[in-house]
Design a binder for this molecule. Structure first.
Ligand SMILES: *Cc1c(COP(=O)(O)O)cnc(C)c1O
Ligand code: SF4
Length: 367
């Protein structure tokens, strides 16, 4: 029997005509894009669009710019090259990412796995998933498994549970993680039944993917609340997107709203060099400015780590504003979030340095 969310999914927008029913668009131009990169927009996410070109629109409605990308690569992170078995990426020694589904409730136009998601021909069958799990069983160094896709929550509860149960039976697998954008694009899929099932497989972490404050709605709040009530720590992975969230005020609003729905900002990703996504890419300075606008200016809990996933598959590299300005003799000269200058002795026992460099000239009280 189909569940309510499956019924909702079947009402998704997949044809350009369905958009033309509500907004003025060039159907032919859109069709040229969807012939290469599939479109699906859940009815729920589509209804969040207020006008053509707004931050929700940009993330889900195909753009002719996708076909005019001179720079991108199909697989910039060399995920295929680091997959010892199909769909399982083993990049770091102690953790792997397994793709268990190639479909999503809404296909994000900026997706890093644009080469794969939404395409029937790249099938992730039960047999493929079983092969991924056998690989994990054979490699005792793997203590952390990320279940990803596509979107793993596109699978029926019973399929997800089969995977979780098999992974939990592997003694060296300490933690499980799920990466999903479903709480953002189809929050109705997060049911009490799903939360109750997931709860059995702790320690389980879920990373969701909000990019804009307008994605935080009553429904997405309810979905995250159900998961949090099941004891699942929630993190958020945002992508820095031109014209969507490349603005300190928008990001500050987003990260503060995330904490209110019990989601802790985890990563802010610089766009990967994915073919068909060039129009979303910002300069790295934009991300650094955003972090500068967050660090110290809002709860430390709200500040994600800004990372570039190294082209070629080198892993995530943190990019940060510079707070240490220089070394001055035995002291570090630093600035705080307001730009005020402080110094600190490089070797903590150097009292002389403390005396002479402390901003107010006083010795620290606690020793
Ligand atoms: C992001 C990622 C991970 C997990 O990285 P963390 O920094 O531990 O969150 C693992 N494997 C792959 C292939 C990844 O892309
Ligand atoms: S939900 Fe994730 S995997 Fe799916 S299209 Fe969006 S970014 Fe890609």
């Amino acid at each position: 029997m189909a569940e309510e969310w499956e019924r909702l999914l079947s009402q998704s927008i997949t044809e350009p005509e369905q958009i033309a029913g509500r907004f003025e668009i060039d159907i032919e131009a859109l069709r040229a894009v969807t012939a290469i990169y599939p479109m699906r927009i859940s009815k729920y996410y589509f209804d969040l669009i207020e006008e053509v070109g707004d931050p929700i629109w940009k993330q889900c409605v195909p753009s002719p710019l996708e076909l005019q990308d001179p720079y991108g690569f199909d697989d910039p992170l060399n995920e295929e090259g680091q997959s010892p078995v199909p769909g399982l990426i083993h990049r770091y020694p102690d953790r792997v990412l397994m793709a268990v589904s190639n479909s999503c409730a809404t296909y994000c136009r900026f997706c890093t796995r644009k080469r794969r998601v939404g395409r029937q021909e790249v099938e992730l069958s039960r047999a493929v998933i079983a092969e991924q799990i056998r690989y994990i069983e054979r490699h005792p160094s793997i203590r952390d498994v990320i279940i990803s896709g596509g979107d793993p929550l596109m699978l029926p509860d019973a399929e997800i549970e089969r995977i979780l149960r098999r992974l939990r039976a592997i003694p060296h697998v300490e933690i499980l993680r799920i990466g999903s954008r479903i709480p953002v694009t189809l929050p109705q899929r997060v049911t009490p039944k799903l939360a109750k099932m997931l709860k059995k497989y702790h320690p389980l972490y879920i990373n969701v993917h909000f990019n804009h404050p307008r994605e935080i709605t009553e429904e997405s709040e309810r979905a995250c609340g159900l998961l949090a009530d099941a004891g699942i720590p929630l993190g958020n992975q945002s992508v820095l997107l031109k014209g969507v969230n490349d603005d300190p005020a928008i990001m500050k609003d987003l990260v503060q709203k995330l904490l209110r729905i019990r989601v802790r900002p985890y990563y802010l990703f610089q766009m990967d060099l994915v073919k068909g996504t060039h129009h979303f890419r910002t300069e790295v300075e934009v991300g650094i400015k955003i972090l500068e606008a967050l660090i110290g200016h809002t709860s430390g809990l709200a500040v994600p780590r800004y990372v570039i996933d190294a082209p070629g598959g080198g892993g995530k590299i943190p990019i940060q504003p510079e707070y240490v300005l220089r070394a001055d003799g035995d002291s570090l000269i630093m600035r705080n979030y307001k730009g005020e200058i402080y110094s600190y002795p490089k070797a903590p026992q150097m009292e002389g340095a403390i005396k002479s460099r402390s901003p107010d000239g006083k010795r620290p009280k606690c020793r």
